[in-house]
Design a protein around this ligand. Structure first.
Ligand code: NDP
Length: 259
């Protein structure tokens, strides 16, 4: 069971990885804020699935790249469920265009950084300030913050530099908040998925099918959203209380060097 009272905000949980995280948290009995950008119907469906799993849930539209929306998201989350004890920074976008780094354009770069790095940074800042006002539990814990990054945090894909740079930034963001918040009973984690079967990767399915069959990952299969959700539930249940700033690879062993 969880060792802290349990309300969670999961950004981008109308679809894909975030949706599975929301349902898995519902299964643990969490109150879950299902945040989405524009997929209202999918978000409502995710809410039903969280409820069916045993949690309470509410859908809140908010674009995490917008400061006003981030503020409103947190306000509405608190008014729905009271103190928030878990933030999962999951929402993210693929690059508008995959372009060689020598041809990359500022518009696409700005949009991606705004959504995948600046949004999570300032949402984490706001949520951390909120968590600092939470009453500590018997173990002095006030909350957990998890950010879903990517193997792109350290893997150079020269046709989507913006995405890689944003993900690498999330790694430092995790370290910074982990150091800043440790003494206040808030642990901060990075979960680094590999190749996961979602809408985001649907357009490059054949390419990854080939790479996986060719031995790209020691565990030779696509990752599923639930593989990532399971890692989140380990943290959400308080199973890693003496770890912070930790990176959890959920990538079928992609990060291993071999000889
Ligand atoms: P999907 O494209 O399947 O889903 C993205 C989710 O994020 C949707 O719920 C979407 O909402 C939401 N979202 C997008 N932009 C915003 C925004 N500005 N504000 C709020 N919500 C937003 O993506 P995945 O599930 O594949 O990816 C989730 C996370 O995991 C991302 O950060 C991604 O970079 C990362 N990741 C994915 C991997 C993969 O292989 N799939 C691998 C490694 C990391 P809506 O439905 O309203 O559009």
């Amino acid at each position: 069971m969880t060792n802290i009272a349990s309300s969670a905000v999961v950004t981008g949980s109308s679809r894909g990885i975030g949706r599975e995280i929301a349902i898995a948290l519902g299964n643990l009995g969490f109150n879950v804020v299902v945040n989405y950008a524009s997929s209202r119907t999918a978000a409502d469906q995710a809410v039903k699935e969280v409820q069916a799993a045993g949690g309470q849930a509410v859908a809140i539209q908010a674009d995490i790249s917008s400061a006003a929306d981030r503020r409103r998201l947190l306000e509405q989350a608190v008014s729905a469920f009271g103190p928030i004890h878990l933030l999962v920074n999951n929402a993210g976008i693929a690059p508008l265009q995959r372009r060689d780094i020598l041809e990359a354009e500022e518009e696409s770069f700005d949009q991606l950084i705004q959504t995948n790095l600046k949004g999570p940074f300032f949402l984490t800042q706001a949520c951390a300030k909120h968590m600092l006002t939470n009453a500590p539990d018997v173990a002095g814990r006030r909350g957990n913050i998890i950010t879903i990054s990517s193997i792109s945090a350290y893997t150079a894909s020269v046709n989507r530099a913006d995405y890689c740079i944003a993900k690498a930034g999330l790694t430092m963001m995790t370290s910074l908040f982990a150091v800043r918040l440790a003494a206040s009973g808030i642990n901060v984690y990075e979960i680094r998925p590999g190749i996961i079967q979602t809408d985001m990767t649907a357009g490059v399915k054949e390419k990854y099918d080939r790479l996986i069959a060719g031995g790209l990952t020691p565990i030779a299969r696509w990752g599923q959203p639930n593989d990532v959700a399971r890692a989140v539930t380990a943290i959400a249940q308080g199973l890693l209380p003496f770890s912070t700033g930790e990176v959890i690879n959920v990538d079928g062993g992609f990060h291993l060097r071999q000889l």
